[in-house]
Design a binder for this molecule. Structure first.
Ligand code: CO8
Length: 243
């Protein structure tokens, strides 16, 4: 699956809805046993949640958007397919979450590409299920420090502490992703799927049990004037950086 929503593959409500529909179709297709996620936009895997969806909108919109983000994560993290992220560009916040939700992450070795959960830098807080997914991948200590600092890591740094499993030159990415997929698909599906579910179920169940509470928390938090101001300033900073 190639993400193609220029300029930066930001995860808008439309993007997320299309991603969920595509995942559902693949999940229900018995011929499809695995998905490789990558980007068709040069230098960017995904810039994370579309900040404009969280800024200056109605409370109803925030709730609808957040339910869609939850749905995307539940489908990705809970997928019975083999999922491989072929990260061919920067991948902050929600982009990093997509990669973290896969079974395996391969990233292009390019010092310009960054990845991490940088929410704290925007003055917002990564939800508990972002945190759980991160902890399950890199361990508590690394996650605690990285989350508090809102760190964006270079590909090689991310590889050192296990945020990505492997680094490859750009031209080898697709070949490597296909080789990894073949290795994972060589196992019987039922054994791999039950093992995956055993490893991930507790974290998935926690969101399912607290889904509406989590929506309300998000809506209350994001609609605070202080948070709206932080997001506006961050967007201005992104635009200034350009000029
Ligand atoms: N949302 C909306 N617009 C964005 C986003 C985004 N996430 N990222 C970039 N854009 C826009 C820019 O403002 C710019 O717009 P314009 O052309 O109108 O000026 C355009 O996309 C291109 O961006 P850049 O010029 O910055 O492109 P570069 O190639 O130089 O850099 C980067 C690409 C590295 C991706 C850079 O754009 C960047 O750092 N973006 C911000 C990424 C980010 O911080 N995302 C975090 C989103 S929050 C999230 O995902 C989780 C939130 C959890 C919520 C919890 C609340 C309780």
């Amino acid at each position: 699956m190639k993400f193609k929503s220029p300029p930066v593959n930001s995860l808008s409500l439309d993007f997320i809805t299309e991603l969920c529909i595509s995942l559902e179709k693949l999940e229900n297709n018995r011929e499809c046993r695995g998905v490789i996620f990558t980007s068709a936009v040069p230098n960017i895997f995904s810039s994370g949640l579309d900040i404009t969806e969280m800024c200056g909108k109605s409370l109803e919109h925030y709730a609808e958007f957040w339910r869609a983000v939850q749905e995307m994560w539940l489908r990705l993290y809970g997928s019975s397919m083999v999922t491989v992220a072929a990260v061919n560009g920067s991948s902050p916040a929600g982009g990093c979450l997509i990669a973290l939700s896969c079974d395996y992450r391969i990233m292009v070795q390019n010092p310009k590409f960054i990845i991490g959960l940088n929410e704290a830098q925007l003055g917002i807080v990564a939800p508990f299920w972002f945190k759980d997914t991160f902890v399950n991948t890199v361990g508590h200590r690394v996650a605690e420090r990285s989350l508090q600092l809102g760190s964006l890591h270079s590909a090689s740094e991310a590889h050192k502490f296990g945020l990505v499993d492997e680094l490859v030159p750009e031209e080898k990415l697709q070949e490597k992703a296909a080789a990894v997929m073949a290795q994972w698909l060589a196992l019987p599906d039922h054994a791999r799927q039950l093992t995956k579910s055993m490893m991930r179920k507790a974290v998935l169940d926690r969101l399912v049990a607290h889904r509406e509470e989590d929506v309300q928390n998000f809506v209350n938090f994001i609609s605070k004037e202080s948070i709206q101001k932080s997001l506006r300033l961050y967007m201005e900073m992104l635009k200034k950086k350009k000029s």
